[in-house]
Design a binder for this molecule. Structure first.
Ligand code: CMP
Length: 139
């Protein structure tokens, strides 16, 4: 089925001017960008977005990193979009990511790992609603 997922192009990528390179890899993987905006997250916004990780030892660093520069939040649409996006992103740690994936080709470290992607359809819906109104999504 054609579904939607949520993606973030992270500060390490916007800083290196890789917004287009990341988006090209998403598009070549069959995903369509149906909403996109460049934002600089507030600390509250980042803490809320990553609330599920708040007990993790890396939570503070993760939030600091995510507000260290602009990000591009996107809604992606395609056949089984959540899984297709996870496949093209590659493993969280670029050292473990398969060749040809975004993180293998572009990411710097497990923290500065270039992209975020929703890990389930349920979380995709929650994450999309966190950043977008329905009228900003144009399929
Ligand atoms: P993301 O998909 O955005 O979801 C949570 C993020 O936490 C993850 O990508 C990584 O960037 C980051 N992360 C996960 N594990 C670690 C770790 N051990 N150290 C630092 N950051 C991490």
């Amino acid at each position: 089925a054609v579904t939607r997922t949520f993606s973030i192009i992270k500060p390490d990528a916007t800083k290196r001017n890789l917004t287009g390179a990341v988006t090209k890899m998403l598009e070549e993987a069959g995903l369509r960008v149906v909403a996109s905006k460049r934002i600089h997250m507030t600390r509250d916004q980042a803490e809320g977005f990553y609330a599920v990780h708040k007990e993790r030892p890396f939570f503070g660093e993760l939030v600091d990193f995510m507000i260290s520069g602009p990000v591009v939040v996107q809604v992606l649409e395609g056949e089984n979009a959540m899984q297709a996006n996870r496949d093209i992103m590659g493993a969280t740690n670029p050292a473990d990511a398969a060749p040809g994936t975004i993180r293998k080709e572009l990411a710097e470290s497990i923290e500065a790992n270039t992209v975020h992607g929703s890990d389930s359809d349920e979380n995709a819906a929650i994450e999309i609603a966190y950043f977008f109104n329905e009228d900003e999504i144009v399929g």
